[in-house]
Write a protein that binds this ligand. Structure first.
Ligand SMILES: NC(=O)c1ccc[n+]([C@@H]2O[C@H](COP(=O)([O-])OP(=O)(O)OC[C@H]3O[C@@H](n4cnc5c(N)ncnc54)[C@H](O)[C@@H]3O)[C@@H](O)[C@H]2O)c1
Length: 429
């Protein structure tokens, strides 16, 4: 506990969305920071407090508050169609947006316009015009707009990037990534908003950002193709996808191409031994990196409890509840650390030095390309391209390709057998 709690600067936070990911990463962060304020030499101790929550119905908030074990208390709960705007009218300084994928843009736009720092769950937004708008609003209102990409904080991926930066692994040529979610996600958890959605947008972005951040920025995104399967989550001829296979091709400065295949699904059986199945392999001129995100050495069997309630091959590095060797109970992992980083960045902007130097501190935090929305262009471009390709396939035209920054524009969609393109985004990606 802090010695002088009433003297500390306080960052008040708001949540839009109070679902699964709130419970998994934001809740443990807000609980932990109640006990121990953020600290850096520049800011000194800074309290962070969850002040308000906006949701569609308010029912999960009620459930949370009815549980005597719940730690977070005293925050305001607003619900209904105008909930997010009601929240932005309060004096919260930072807003975290954890609504369904296709409901990020509206609350993010309104929060930035109200002068709040914003953290958005991945995928930030679904198209480049929306990203342009958020970037411009953050600039105009002098606040941060950031997106959650926790895979970049995974120690294995930090080491991969270190090996690439230090030129131990040279010149990535190609790779594959696979991320398979259980059926309970598409059939239960997301059933309210699943229609017309696809698992590529939901989870391929984790790997898109890993690839773009680790192997870029001195290369150019060149083209995107995608296909997939339907028939389990929705009708076989409908707009809702069970699984998606995406290919993205980049061009290195020496004109050699690098291609990545990213396979995603949300119809894997629920009795799968891990929460999600995640595997990658990247091949270089002089090496291969292969990783499995849940087979990191732990294998657990508990009669009647694995693999549903407890998992056979858990990833405790992402998120786990522990008794620390010094006796304290904790919940930690890189999924939570990345939320904490955002609040550290906000604290640095607001309290990291004299008010007259705030603009310079803001510039420094905006320059962090791992999470700033201005550095999310390639990922959002790929999502926009993939969604357009899947929509054309659902409309009876499979096999489209999106060319990036070609003669036709930033994102130009070509249907098989046609020379002319539909321009999805005219500006440069
Ligand atoms: N970082 C990760 O690994 C990770 C994991 C899971 C989910 N996510 C992302 O987090 C986001 C939320 O996912 P989830 O699993 O928590 O979903 P969820 O369905 O469990 O929760 C969604 C929440 O949003 C609220 N909501 C919906 N529409 C709203 C609206 N119009 N205004 C205000 N609130 C609204 C709901 O009331 C609910 O509280 C998604 O974008 C998802 O992609 C990220």
């Amino acid at each position: 506990m802090t010695n002088q709690p009433h003297c500390l600067p306080v960052l008040t936070a708001g949540m839009v969305g109070f679902g699964m990911i709130f419970d998994e990463t934001y809740r443990p962060f807000f609980e932990a920071v109640r006990r121990v304020p953020l600290y850096s030499p520049e800011t000194g101790p800074v309290d962070v407090s969850l002040a308000a929550v906006a949701t569609r119905t308010g029912s999960r908030v009620e459930q949370y508050l009815a549980d005597p074990a719940s730690v977070l208390r005293g925050f305001r709960s607003v619900s209904g169609p105008a909930a997010a705007r009601d929240l932005f009218a309060t004096d919260v300084r930072a807003v975290c947006i954890a609504t369904p994928d296709d409901r990020h843009h509206g609350p993010a736009r309104d929060a930035l316009a109200a002068g709040k720092h914003v953290l958005i769950e991945k995928p930030s937004v679904l198209d480049l015009p929306h990203l342009d708008q958020l970037t411009a609003l953050a600039e105009r209102h002098g606040v941060l707009a950031k997106v959650v990409y926790h895979k970049l904080a995974d120690p294995d991926h930090k080491k991969l990037r270190t090996l690439v930066t230090d030129k131990i692994l040279n010149h990535v040529n190609n790779g594959y990534c696979s991320l398979l979610e259980p059926k309970s996600i598409s059939g239960g958890q997301f059933s309210e908003w699943i229609r017309g959605r696809n698992p590529g947008t939901y989870v391929a972005v984790h790997y898109l950002k890993l690839i773009d951040f680790t192997f870029g920025p001195d290369w150019a995104l060149d083209r995107v193709t995608a296909t997939g399967q339907r028939g389990l989550v929705g009708p076989a001829d409908g707009p809702t996808w069970d699984s998606v296979q995406l290919q993205v091709v980049y061009r290195h400065p020496d004109a050699r191409e690098a291609a990545f295949d990213i396979h995603t699904s949300w119809v894997t059986p629920d009795n799968f031994p891990g929460y999600v199945e995640q595997e990658v392999q990247f091949r270089f001129d002089n090496g291969v990196w292969a990783a499995h995100q849940r087979k990191r050495g732990v294998e657990l069997t508990v009669e009647n409890r694995t693999p549903r309630e407890l998992k056979n091959t858990p990833n405790y590095h992402y998120n786990g509840t522990f008794i620390e060797p010094w006796g304290e109970r904790s919940q930690r992992g890189y999924g939570i650390e990345v939320i904490e980083r955002f609040f550290r960045e906000v604290a640095f902007v607001e309290y990291g030095g004299p008010a007259g130097e705030r603009a310079e501190r803001l510039r420094q935090m905006r320059a962090l390309t791992y999470n700033d929305v201005s550095a999310d262009r390639n990922c959002v471009a790929i999502v926009q391209a993939m969604e357009a390709i899947l929509a054309r396939a659902a409309a009876g035209v499979p096999g489209c390709l999106v060319k990036v920054n070609g003669p036709g524009g930033g994102l130009a969609l070509y249907e098989p057998g046609t020379a002319s393109a539909t321009i999805l985004y005219p500006g440069r990606v």
